[in-house]
Design a protein around this ligand. Structure first.
Ligand SMILES: [Zn+2]
Length: 463
């Protein structure tokens, strides 16, 4: 690629962003609601946005002299979206948990609710940096994080926001409100969301890369007063809630015993459901709950790998989609990528139904690509998740030279059985090149990883 004068350089001296450039030679997959596969395609990028795209014989005359970048042997896609994750889970990798964990409740109590109490501001920042680096390597450019650090609430969202800015990814952040540590800690949690949302409000509701929501843990750790105060604050900032719903049997039982309702009914009556709410999991929900979700327009985000890992079951994806619920896909911190999550959703559906038809390619596409993009558009002012004129140039190149014919109609077969295993070679966010040859261009990854190991070791000593 020719380097125009004044172009920002990466740590290796490579061009990181140019005001205008052309991507040529690759196979383009636009994703979005009307997916197109274009062989020997071009993408013209100008000022961080997609100016034009199409067949390489149709490059607009005024773009032909722009610096070019070849994507030969690669598939060009929009950056993927992870609609529910926990960056703070990074330091659990390789950590020993001595007490046995025989149920979902014990996994929470003995692992996650102990880990989140040991986090310092530095831990939060480095957990986020490492997880975001992983996201870039897996082609994720936009994610919805759900953060918990009850002993370190104040400004924890700023530490995460700073990590997003350093890594140049797009994020929708929230702090997990819970009554697990008493009413005062719950109020601190609401305050942290409020403080972060207030700062965003002073910038017009969102920054270029960042936006926010009201984070709630789950019905079974939220009393009526805290739930009501949190929803009131969410309403004040015109954001929705991001909450775990009926993930394990504990949440369902607790709600029935205390309130005589399902979790979805309780959230409906509390005023928590609407198009800007995200409900993660929804494993143990009823047909009437599905009707409520459909009527209110709330999004449901599936996390099949995490659900299998916690042995809690499988969300009723078919039933949700059939009733018109906006069903998306996240990783719940299990790992960063989307491809393996989608493969797992396909396999677990076949396996648990005892039916090799499982979930169709069309529905898998709808969940991971069309719906994740639609959910993101409810929160970000940019039209992420598809290659379209005027959309931000959040683009990834996957090393994949299709060995069999690839077309719009068979894209999902290639994705699940080929592209999903291909290395993400290059990533742009807003036209800025962040990854090339599978390597991060803008971060000293070795130093970052060394610091992360040091902090994680100290956290393990405190755990
Ligand atoms: Zn979660």
């Amino acid at each position: 690629m020719t380097v125009p004068r004044g172009t920002k350089k990466t740590r290796n001296g490579e061009p990181m962003e140019s005001p205008q450039f052309l991507i040529v030679d690759g196979t383009l997959v636009t994703l979005g609601s009307a997916n197109q596969v274009i062989h020997d395609a071009f993408v013209a990028v100008e000022s961080g946005k997609i100016r034009a795209f199409g067949d390489s014989r149709a490059v607009p005359a005024d773009c032909r002299e722009w610096p070019t970048l070849s994507a030969k042997g690669k598939v060009i896609l929009p950056g993927f979206i992870n609609a529910h994750t926990h960056l703070y889970s990074t330091f659990a990798r390789g950590m020993s948990v001595h007490d046995p964990m025989t149920s979902f409740g014990e996994i929470l109590e003995r692992l996650w609710w102990r880990l989140d109490q040991t986090l310092t501001t530095d831990d939060i920042h480095y957990s986020a940096l490492i997880a975001l680096a992983d996201c870039l390597r897996k082609g994720i450019t936009t994610l919805f994080d759900h953060h918990s650090s009850p002993r370190c609430p104040r400004s924890s969202l700023d530490s995460i926001a700073e990590a997003f800015r350093k890594m140049s990814l797009r994020g929708c952040l929230c702090f997990e409100v819970t009554d697990r540590h008493g009413p005062e800690a719950a109020l601190h949690g609401i305050e942290e969301n409020r403080r972060f949302l207030e700062a965003l409000n002073s910038k017009g509701g969102q920054e270029d890369l960042l936006t926010g929501m009201m984070g709630l843990h789950a019905s079974f750790t939220l009393g009526p007063e805290t739930l009501s105060l949190a929803i009131e604050a969410a309403r004040q900032y015109a954001v929705g809630v991001h909450i775990h719903v009926a993930e394990g049997p504990e949440d369902v039982r607790d709600c029935e015993e205390k309130y005589g309702k399902t979790v979805v009914e309780r959230l409906l009556h509390a005023g928590a459901l609407g198009p800007r709410s995200i409900l993660a999991h929804c494993v143990n929900i009823s047909p009437s709950d599905i009707g409520i979700l459909s009527d209110t327009g709330a999004s449901v985000v599936l996390n099949p790998q995490s659900n299998m890992n916690n042995a809690v079951g499988r969300a009723p994806a078919h039933e949700l989609l059939s009733r018109g619920v906006k069903v998306g896909l996240g990783s719940d911190g299990f790992n960063s990528g989307l491809a393996r999550e989608l493969q797992t959703l396909s396999l677990v559906t076949k396996h648990s139904l005892g039916d090799p038809r499982g979930i169709s390619f069309d529905r898998l596409y709808q969940i991971a690509f069309a719906n994740n993009a639609a959910i993101a558009r409810r929160f970000f002012r940019h039209s992420v998740g598809e290659i379209a004129e005027g959309a931000p140039a959040d683009l990834i190149f996957i090393n994949y030279d299709p060995p069999t014919p690839l077309s719009t109609s068979n894209f999902m077969g290639h994705f699940l059985f080929g592209m999903a295993e291909g290395q993400v070679d290059t990533v742009f966010v807003g036209g800025k090149k962040l990854l090339q040859g599978g390597k991060l261009l803008h971060i000293d990854e070795e130093a970052m990883t060394r610091k992360s190991r040091e902090l994680a070791g100290r956290l393990w000593d405190r755990f």
